[in-house]
Design a protein around this ligand. Structure first.
Ligand code: KIV
Length: 263
């Protein structure tokens, strides 16, 4: 399988094709996902919820992310490795550069940061130094207490326009990818059309360039109530790798997400 780079994702967008992304936290699952053809692996701070059992991603530390990045980097195969910066890594430009630099040295190939237009300066400083950035917009889980829960973002015109403007500002600052979480499908499409860079969606409808899910949701093993946008691919699969392959193929064929997974 060919190595996936940012160029591959850009080419997908240009050609009107989609790409698949999945979270991974250890070597065995990373290997299964890359063998299944998953284009992008994310060491997400969702590990705080699905691995550590916290109610949010806020308790996750840089040490946690470092540990899981090392595990996944050893087995990522041809997949592109995206890594999350944890809560408060963006508390100063110095800390942002330091934390992102450490993760890049451990094998990260794309750094994901949460934050709106105010993150432009940080993104500019990172990209100047050769760090490619994915800017996470919409429902940014590190702000869950500010949002008052895990709620769909951008249902109102003003907030939707703000998210489109933020995406434009962060791309202008140097973001190579936008990740959009839990927004109406119409807003997913509007952001995809507003920026030249690839847009990855999770609960953002079918009209984006790539789709991402949390691995535990794909395998149907997440505790508690599942959000509307997830699908258990293990139910009809022979094994874990087959579940990942089915997810990858459904994304590539635009069978996932279906209408029932959208807002
Ligand atoms: O941390 C994570 O897994 C994420 C995904 C939900 C996109 O940010």
């Amino acid at each position: 399988m060919k190595t996936v780079t940012l160029g591959t994702l850009r080419e997908c967008k240009r050609a009107g094709e989609t790409f698949s992304c999945l979270t991974a936290y250890d070597a065995s699952f990373a290997h299964a996902a890359s063998q299944a053809g998953i284009d992008v692996l994310l060491v997400g701070d969702s590990l705080g919820m699905v691995l550590q059992g916290h109610a949010s991603t806020l308790p996750v530390t840089l040490a946690d992310i470092r540990y899981h990045t090392r595990c996944v980097a050893r087995a990522k195969g041809q997949s592109l490795l995206m890594v999350d910066l944890p809560f408060m890594s963006n508390s100063s430009i110095e800390r942002l550069l330091q934390d992102a630099g450490e993760l890049m040295r451990m094998g990260a190939e794309l750094i994901k940061v949460e934050g709106e237009a105010w993150m432009a300066e940080g993104i500019r400083e990172l990209t100047r130094r050769g760090v490619p950035v994915c800017a996470h917009l919409g429902l940014t889980p590190q702000s869950v207490y500010q949002f008052g829960g895990y709620k769909v973002q951008g249902r109102e015109t003003e907030r939707a326009e703000q998210i489109v403007a933020d995406a434009r500002a962060l791309v202008a600052a140097g973001a190579s990818v936008i990740l959009l979480e839990c927004v109406p499908a119409s807003l997913g499409k509007a952001v995809r059309n507003a920026v030249e860079v690839p847009v990855i969606g999770i609960g953002a409808g079918p009209d984006v360039d790539g789709q991402i899910l949390v691995m535990h949701d794909v395998l149907g093993v997440s505790a508690g109530r599942s959000p509307r946008f997830v699908k258990n691919f293990l139910k009809d699969a022979a094994d874990v790798q087959d579940a990942f392959r089915r997810y990858h193929e459904d994304v590539k064929a635009r069978r996932f997400p279906a209408e029932e997974h959208c807002f």
